[in-house]
Every structure is written in structure tokens, then in C-alpha cells.
Design a protein around this ligand. Structure first.
Ligand code: MBD
Ligand code: FE
Length: 282
């Protein structure tokens, strides 16, 4: 039998749901009855307004109910929320930051990637497909001081748009690592250029996209969490100039400051780009 396990919405959804349960942010989220009342009431009021203005029918109400049930069964709540809501939560959370722009985390971060030295190649398969990419830079504070030993946690999709631990047949930590910057805050990461990413089309989120006549694409991107003692961590993504979907990311997570313009690598292999991360004081 030569069947190869295929990536499915339900399998990556289940993995993302499981992952979320282990990393939920709870600081400052004790139940505040008054705040829950305000937020839940305003959310429902917005829904009443939509139902009245658009004369929503019982058939549409049942379609919504059935779709919401299916989102849970597919494990696609993390995907749905991170694609369509997280960008506004991130906007509010980072309003007062001076350092580098951040953007959404998305559903595919995994804590605990292998620790790697300041110059490192990300874990990859033998002959990993894709244009080689050298991503290098420095981590600094807003005052310009280099942040020695800063952690640059990076994860990204492969040349087919798949993330390790969320698609089958990939080594556990493929294209994931925690790079520890040197005493000048510098790092050099050797990896490959990720492919544009299409969110799963065979699950509930895909069904919504098809029913609404949208597309399922995110531009190619590298994900990062950058941290250093005494500083605020940033969660961000970097994109590539000229990407077909740079202007219509399904997750609305592109910002002009996050677009890279790599040049041919000086060693003749693939491309290279320099980008510095600037962290605010804690
Ligand atoms: C991704 O790779 C991603 O980064 C986001 C935000 C949502 C779905 C898939
Ligand atoms: Fe992603």
C-alpha cells in the first residue's frame, strides 16, 4: 500500500486546537462580570442589528448554526479566529509600542523549538526544496543598545506551504528554531523561502471562503517571536515584496514595515536579506 497521508483541515485543525489549549494567555483575564456583560451585550447587539437590517431568514439562521457546529467539529476555531479577528486584537495590544511592528501569531506556533547558535541553519530535510534564504540582523532596544543573547524564535511553512506538526510526513521541528543572538545581538539564519500559504479549503473556513466568493491565500511569510530580558517580546511576520497576495492577505496581517526585499546572496546561493528587531522596555 503506497497511500501517503494527505494534509486535511480536520487534522491540522485538531493539532491547532490541542496546541492552543496548552498556551492560553490568562494574565489579567480573571472573570470581570461587568466587562463580560458589556462585551457580550455589545456583540449580541451588533448581531441583532445585522439580522434586522438584512432581514435574515430562518434558512440562513439554520445555515449559520450548522456551520458553527462544524467549525468546532473540524477544530477550526483557532484558524477562524486567528484569520478573521486576531489582527484587530494585535492592533489594540500594540498601540503604544515604539519598537518594531508586530502582527498576528496565527495558529501554528509551537513553543520549545530546538535552541540554535547565532549563526544557524534551521532544521530541514535532506535536500529541502525551495530557494535558499539567508535572514540576518540585529536585536536592539529602542535606545539602540544591542540585546546580547536575545531569542529569535522563527517558524515558517515549507516550499509547498506546509507547517511541521500541523501537516503529515514532516520532521517534528522542520523549519522551526530558537536562534540565540550573539553578544552584539546579531543573528544569521539559513533557511529556505516559504511558499505562499493557502488556508485549508476542505474544512469550515474553506466553506465560508467559497460561499462568500473570497480567496484562501496568505502571502509567503516568516513568523517570529523575539524576546530579551527586561524587554517586551514581539510576535511578528515578515513578507516578500512582489508577492501576489501582499495586498489581499486573507488574515489582514500585512503592514508596510514588514515587507522584505531580499537581494541575490553574496555566496551565489539563493537570496539574502537583513532585518533588525527593536524591542521596547518591559
Ligand atoms: C497561517 O500560516 C497563518 O500565519 C495565519 C495567521 C493563519 C493561518 C495560517
Ligand atoms: Fe503562517
Amino acid at each position: 500500500d503506497t497511500t501517503i497521508e494527505q494534509a486535511t483541515a480536520a487534522a491540522s485543525g485538531a493539532a491547532a486546537t490541542e496546541r492552543f489549549r496548552g498556551k492560553q494567555r490568562t494574565e489579567g483575564a480573571e472573570v470581570d462580570t461587568k466587562r463580560v456583560d458589556t462585551l457580550a451585550t455589545e456583540l449580541l447587539t451588533a448581531a441583532y442589528d445585522i439580522i434586522r437590517r438584512h432581514q435574515v431568514t430562518y434558512a440562513e439562521y439554520d445555515a449559520l448554526k450548522s456551520w458553527l457546529i462544524q467549525v468546532g467539529e473540524d477544530g477550526e476555531w483557532p484558524l477562524f479566529l486567528d484569520v478573521w479577528l486576531e489582527h484587530v486584537v494585535e492592533e489594540v495590544a500594540s498601540e503604544n509600542r515604539q519598537g518594531s511592528k508586530g502582527t498576528i501569531e496565527g495558529p501554528y506556533y509551537v513553543h520549545g523549538a530546538p535552541s540554535l547558535p547565532a549563526e544557524a541553519k534551521l532544521p530541514a530535510r535532506e535536500g529541502e526544496e525551495g530557494t535558499p534564504l539567508l535572514f540576518q540582523g540585529q536585536v536592539r532596544g529602542v535606545d539602540g543598545a544591542p540585546l546580547a543573547g536575545a531569542h529569535v524564535d522563527i517558524w515558517h511553512a515549507d516550499n509547498d506551504g506546509y507547517y511541521s506538526q500541523f501537516a503529515p510526513n514532516l520532521p517534528e521541528w522542520n523549519l522551526r528554531g530558537t536562534v540565540v543572538a550573539d553578544d552584539q545581538g546579531n543573528f544569521k539564519i539559513h533557511t529556505i523561502q516559504p511558499a505562499p500559504y493557502q488556508i485549508p479549503t476542505d474544512g469550515s473556513c474553506g466553506k465560508l471562503i467559497a460561499a462568500a466568493g473570497w480567496h484562501a491565500w496568505r502571502p509567503a511569510h516568516l513568523h517570529f517571536k523575539v524576546s530579551a530580558p527586561g524587554h517586551q517580546s514581539i510576535t511578528t511576520q515578515l513578507y516578500f515584496t512582489g508577492d501576489e497576495h501582499i495586498g489581499d492577505d486573507i488574515a489582514s496581517a500585512v503592514k508596510p514595515e514588514l515587507i522584505l526585499d531580499p537581494t541575490p546572496a553574496t555566496d551565489g546561493h539563493g537570496r539574502e536579506v537583513t532585518y533588525d528587531f527593536v524591542l521596547d522596555k518591559a
